[in-house]
Design a protein around this ligand. Sequence first.
Ligand code: CA
Length: 368
Amino acid sequence: MQRRKFLQYAGVSTALGGLTACKGGSESEATKTTSSSNKTWEWRMVTTWPKNFPGLGTGAEFLAEQINVMSNGRIHVKVYGAGELVPAFEIFDAVANGAAHMGHGSAYYWKGKYPALQFFSTTPFGMTAMEMNAWLYHGGGMELWQKAYDQFGLVPMAAGNTGVQMAGWFNKEINSLDDLKGLKMRIPGLGGEVLKRAGGTPVNLPGGELFTSLQSGNIDATEWVGPYNDLAFGFHKIAKYYYYPGWHEPGTTLECFINKSAFEELPEDLQSIVTNACRVANQDMLTEYIARNNDALDTLVNDHQVELRELPVEVIRKLAKLSEEVTSELGHTDPLAREIFDSYSNFSKKSRAWFDISERAYLNLRMG
Ligand code: CA
């Protein structure tokens, strides 16, 4: 039995490369760790997504499955879709007060708790998925995220990313800045504030109301995620233009947050399993989005003749300028917000310099 357990543990270490290898150490140490306790933990994961919602909800399920398998059942995580245990936007409190052990959502949903949490999700014209992960794992971002969530008795982990989203589905052409004036668009958060300053009317509607609102002309445009999720919604049936790029959500980080006492109660090896399962889920979701977006875009364009449009440079420049204002204001609301903002923007600046001569240079070259 112990041998079997060890083999599974060793398999996990191998699968994760160096991540656990340095912690697990020798066979005797690993065996000792797994046999140290027969205690098991039953955890509830509450999510902001409908159960098994493609990409996001399935990402939460994937994470729970990883923890269950890697821990050989010592932790059993049961996933609850939005509304099953608590409503979507009450999961933060549910985990903080111990009604659930962990939550799966995105930090910008909790801006009412603390506005600067939005930096741990995405900001308009902010960092891409690759840059966010670099900042979080190797640029000091995770320490600041932990500091910000510690105020609520929570431990945060990155647990997925959508990559660059799409600007959205429009029934009005956007050819100049004037076309943003009076534009009624579903676009939440900081992006909505930017649109407002550009003269538009941002509307915040839950996902379930988007289709009928756009169809009835109640709104002129809506953003959602990207081809994979948008195709499933059927927006191509009711919107004329599909604009890119998603300037307002250039790499939205999904999160798993854990009740701090529940996390600290775990032995070190299980803490490591939870942490590394999040790392695996984080990468897995991003790569799933890329693969599925590729296929869905092909279907939208070739099977449904969707008209792709790029936002004009004049519009992008204005939105970028306004985004800088909005983000900077958010970063100056209090000392911790300032610390987060400084770290985020300094990292972003450095990353731009490097990406200009690496990712961007290569992509330009490849497209040329
Ligand atoms: Ca979105």
